[in-house]
Design a protein around this ligand. Sequence first.
Ligand SMILES: [Zn+2]
Length: 574
Amino acid sequence: MAEVRPPADWVNRFADEVIEEAARRSPGKPVVVASGLSPSGPIHLGNLREVMVPHLVADEIKRRGVPCEHILSFDDFDRLRRVPAGVDPSWTRHIGKPLTSVPAPPGSAYPNWAEHFKAPLAAALTRLGVEFRGISQTRMYTSGAYVDEVLLAMRERTRIDAVLAQYRTKPRLAVVASGIDATAGSGETGTETADGSGAAAEDDGATGAGYFPYRPYCSACERDLTTVTGYDDESTKLSYTCECGHAETVRLAEHRRGKLVWKVDWPMRWAYEGVIFEPSGADHQAPGSSFEVGGRLVSEIFGGRQPIGPGYAFVGISGMAKMSSSRGAVPTPADALGIMEEPVLRWLYARRRPQQSFTVAFDAEIQRLYDEWDAVARKVTDGTAAALDASSYDRAIRTATGELPCTPRPLPYRMLASVADITTGDSDQILRILGDTDPDRPLRSLDEVQPRLDRARCWAMTQLPAGERTRLAAEPDQATLAGLSAAERSSLDLLLAGLDEDWSLDGLSRLVYAVPKLQAGLSADAPPTPELKAAQRAFFALVYRLLIGRETGPRLPTLLLAAGQDRIRALLAG
Ligand SMILES: [Zn+2]
């Protein structure tokens, strides 16, 4: 295995390109990669890609010993555009204020709207091993950090307007309202222009009195329903009116309650931070997008360079039963970490190129995902994994600075979920059942299967539809038992007679497949035939019906272990 060049997965290819570009643009300085998120509401799990793509590239750069910083801009000085479902509708009166000036939703422990939605995301990122420097755009603007850039943009407003004008005349590609609020989407999605908030004008900066790339928040009502009516370059005196009736003249060199419009703000920050790599949502790659326009403005106005900025595809969600209904059914990264381990969530992002879309499963598909994950892990352990699989697995389980938490004994997720389901999550019963699965290596404590058990238990408790929950019958189903054919009765008797022989997951697996063979006069290890398979299906359905009142259920050996011998005998005996 010595001297094998790392496989050229997408992360490695971007890391090569970014390191080379950084050495050209800013030799000797740490490489800067960037993400941006708007804490305008619950931060959607889909937006995690905005962070994970640069994170994985930054992590690869650090693994190579090259200093690298991942900055995460929180666009918390953006206006509140709409009040998400589940929040008191009276909050609509705050629409137009900066997100940091809007009170947090009722009952929140956080000082304002932006902090309320930022905090759970930051906590999830920390759990995921994402190291970042968070930058509050409120703090940057209100501290005056950008004052030179703001004055420059105003001085150059005619040139900026001319650049924007070239794109205004071009037909825009239809932008699909994705419900995603990554920076990349700020002011760009259909929903935002459709809500009557004037977001289209905000993007652009055009007014009846000329073009001004700076928009003040009104000092009377705090909202951005303002129109700049005049500006003097010499004195930096800026006059504005507001829809609330307020009118005022301020000195822009000292003014702190306002910001550049999005299409100018983004390239200004590329230059200010020296960003080398920043991906954005795929809709940003369209002609006339803020990424394309920003590429012109950053070099022509701000003296910087456009970052390497691949578009990334949409991340879908499947399932998510009932969870979050009070929050408008928005799945967040914290929700995903409730049902899957950190390395598994990292893996979803690492193994797909940014251009590939994928789905995060909250439904039963998560069990197949885990089977796949465990299979890769086994191959990595025994050295048979394909190079690309080994590399995405490695990106999932550790970062340049440490290992992610892992489960010492990774019992199958589907088994843990079944056991949690059958026991309604009771830890003592779970330990008893899991302790029986492998008598040669008994489980001593549930710690050995943590944190995976907690994630599987959460999945079973919150995501499994009520109709699919497993409940052991309290009493024998006398009607079914009375109507059994002789063959059915003898199949149950064979099962009961074999329970004692090897009460373990493997032993019971062999037993349940052997019963129909023994009934057919074959040996227990006879090869399966179509007739045997049909007989097995009928036998399994009968056992499910008698144990849980349904024709299907968790894997039968798991169900038998969970039920325990006494209960099985009580429910299946004649
Ligand atoms: Zn006002």
